[in-house]
Design a protein around this ligand. Sequence first.
Ligand SMILES: Cc1ncc(C[n+]2csc(CCOP(=O)(O)OP(=O)(O)O)c2C)c(N)n1
Ligand code: SF4
Ligand SMILES: [Mg+2]
Length: 325
Amino acid sequence: MEKYAVYVPRLIKRKEKFAPGHRACIGCGEALAVRLAFKALDNNIVVANATGCMEIVASQIPYTTWHVPWIHTLFENTAAVASGIEAGYKAMKRKGVQVPDNVKVIAMAGDGGTSDIGLQALSGALERGHDFVYLCFDNEAYMNTGVQRSSATPYGAVTTTSPAGKNSIGQFSWKKNMPEIAAAHNIPYVATACHSYPFDLMDKVAKAASIPGPAYVHILSVCPTGWRSPTDTVVKLGRLAVETGIFPLYEVENGQYKMSIELPKLKPVKDYLKQQGRFRHLSDDIIAKIQERVEIEYQKLVEKAENGSKRAKRKSKTGAAKIST
Ligand SMILES: Cc1ncc(C[n+]2csc(CCOP(=O)(O)OP(=O)(O)O)c2C)c(N)n1
Ligand code: SF4
Ligand SMILES: [Mg+2]
């Protein structure tokens, strides 16, 4: 909290861009995450929003929740539309057309729109180096259309297209690691965030917007409807996802990994899984398998962050030596 003390009060007072009165379900973590993310941004933005819960609940004609320029995009082309807007502004400037300065383009989509259907457009936009921010609001399934599995649905979770039964444990594959895929494009900034850590989330979104070039922020968003969890446990579940190591909070700035929170000991994944209907059927054996996987993946991240900070120290020592000679 201390580290955010300087500017967070200013952010809190900022005008809402995602206004109240939308039609999200009670206790929607995704709506909370969107509200927080956009509070951290200036008014000088244009939003390209893929189809999904946040588009449906916020834009039913003749109403809108958005207080900034906003365009509804297809699943497939959100990052392509964002690229076009950014390139369009550049071209207009080049031609001497009067356009506002420093407009930041924000692309946003759910996990389905990001890790499945919009992945090609996103990869292209990251590779081309467009100056934009991509926000993925990950509620771990295609929620808007009735809770179908996506490649971001976690192993063992029940959805309507990955039901549990005699021959199935639910989702059969491990969650696709989208932040690592974004980081593999060697873009200037990648981060993970969750609405249950609001200041950390706002800090990362503001940072993403301040860095020239492409930035990607992956935001875990608890969905009580799809996760079959009580509406008053949304914040608690987000915290448990982080505290168990299931959803680690970290940043990758110019290739350098940094853990956002020090967790001396991870809580057991069971604490998180057992509070959600989508995991209620899991046997102790499957939970042990998930526990093992989470620990391995978490350790990999910690090592990347440690190696990175050792490298940075070595570099600064070499730099200091050079200055003194
Ligand atoms: C190509 C295409 N396929 C399917 C749909 C139907 N559709 C609209 S929203 C949606 C689910 C969105 O899932 P996600 O991106 O995870 O966002 P969420 O609703 O979970 O926030 C689907 C399948 C569509 N609009 N376009
Ligand atoms: S289905 Fe989930 S993500 Fe969509 S509006 Fe409802 S709670 Fe929010
Ligand atoms: Mg989703």
